[in-house]
Design a protein around this ligand. Sequence first.
Ligand code: ZN
Length: 236
Amino acid sequence: MSVITATLKSHRHIDGDIYKGIRLYEKGGIEVLESFAQSEPGEYTVIVSHGEERRKVTLTFARDKRDVEFYRCYCTRRYKSPPLCKHVVAAILQIQGGISESKLEKIDLGKIGYSDTIVNSANVAATVESGALEVFATPAMIALMEKAACSCIADGLEAGETSVGTAVDITHMAPTPIGVKVEAEAKLGAVFGRRLEFTVTAYDCDEKGERKTQIGSGKHSRVIVDEVKFMSRLQK
Ligand SMILES: [Zn+2]
């Protein structure tokens, strides 16, 4: 079972890093240096070579190499929660033995989910206390992006399943005043076992409600969980 799915191949335009990672894997030259895979979770150190360039990737898998719990690459070392890079994609494919079918077949890669809101006194920075001004709050924009990601996968979840947000790496580029409509969209770029990677964007709109300018963009990760198990673990 997988991680990067077969359908991804037909959606190569959706995410540059994933496409490049598949190409790197297909070219070969990936060396698994160490593994502590006998124990769960399995830890791997992988060297991904690309011409002269060599990148060290550290990966931790759980559940029989299906789910990636942790990854780090030298090229994204400056990030606290690193975005996906082509080296990580290639390393995962190397360890998993290639591209195979996803468990989450009903969730289409490349699918886009949407959400919108009107900037109002409840979602401005002054109220949310993320700032002092009466402009759309960054946390409210992130929440709107998460909502778009949820709506993107809503049809693909089994009964009793839901998703939780695990990482955001967002840039908020422009302020939006009260009364203006904001739209967010989330595009599903990759499925890593139960982990989903989205590219997210937000726009402000004109008086007719049509998109005007991009106000935010970034990456977002979610993990599919069993609602009951997830909540019962918290109560222990
Ligand atoms: Zn990298």
